[in-house]
Ligand binder design. Structure first.
Ligand code: PRP
Length: 216
């Protein structure tokens, strides 16, 4: 039996994924060793391998087949636009992709003035404004702390993730438009889906069954 390889985005999403996997009997003790500098973790009994990467790189590893399966946020999957199968909504990591800004920006947004939009997600923002709203905007790519942009006058609005809304509130900003809901998704390499159909569909079935049981 060949190894089935999983790419997980470093951080909270990986922790939640591993907690979910444990519940369906997929464990990886090597990953729990605190001071380990290892990059790849193996479960020899189940013939599984796991590695952690930067979240936005997960779809890349999966598209090229370096990982058979990946777990990433829907935001990352939409932004990266890779050729992978999205097979499961894991139901955690729930948040929203929104257009946000100071309430005063609502008018400029509605009157379709040429506004600046700062974002870490230029593809999602472009798709929303150009293809869905048919509105021309100037997109500015940033790499983090996006809420700064309207505060310091870089842009009128931002396109960003809103989870609890506290970053917005604490900085005098609000949600102006909602683009789409987000959550953690399982993605699968297109060739792996055929070659490892049995093992991958069993994994999907087990997770679906667990979520059906826990929502009872
Ligand atoms: C994300 C996002 C918002 C914040 C939303 O940022 O970009 O800034 O979380 O969460 P909230 O609604 O619960 O306040 P992240 O912490 O990932 O860091 P970043 O700003 O560097 O992207």
């Amino acid at each position: 039996m060949r190894y089935l390889t999983f790419a997980l985005g470093k951080g909270r999403l990986a922790k939640q994924t591993l907690a979910l996997f444990e519940k369906i009997g997929i464990t990886c003790h090597e990953m729990k060793e605190k001071d380990s500098r290892k990059l790849i973790f193996v479960n020899e009994d189940l013939k599984l391998k796991f590695f952690l990467s930067k979240g936005p790189d997960v779809p890349t590893y999966v598209e090229y087949g370096a990982a058979d399966i990946g777990v990433a946020g829907r935001d990352t999957i939409l932004e990266e636009g890779r050729n992978v199968y999205e097979v499961l909504d894991l139901g955690f990591g729930k948040c929203r992709m929104c257009v946000c800004g100071p309430i005063e920006a609502q008018e400029a947004l509605n009157s379709r003035e040429l506004i600046r939009v700062a974002t870490k997600y230029p593809k999602i923002a472009k798709n929303y404004f150009y293809n869905k709203k048919h509105q021309t905007v100037e997109l500015i790519k940033l790499n983090g702390s996006i809420e700064l942009a309207p505060i310091v006058g870089l842009s009128e609005v931002i396109v960003d993730i809103v989870e609890t809304g506290s970053t917005l509130r604490e900085n005098g900003l609000c949600v102006l438009e909602e683009i789409c809901p987000l959550s953690a998704r399982m993605i699968v390499n297109q060739v792996s889906m055929k070659m490892e159909y049995e093992r991958i569909t069993k994994l999907i079935r087990d997770i679906n069954q667990l979520s059906a049981e826990t929502s009872l």
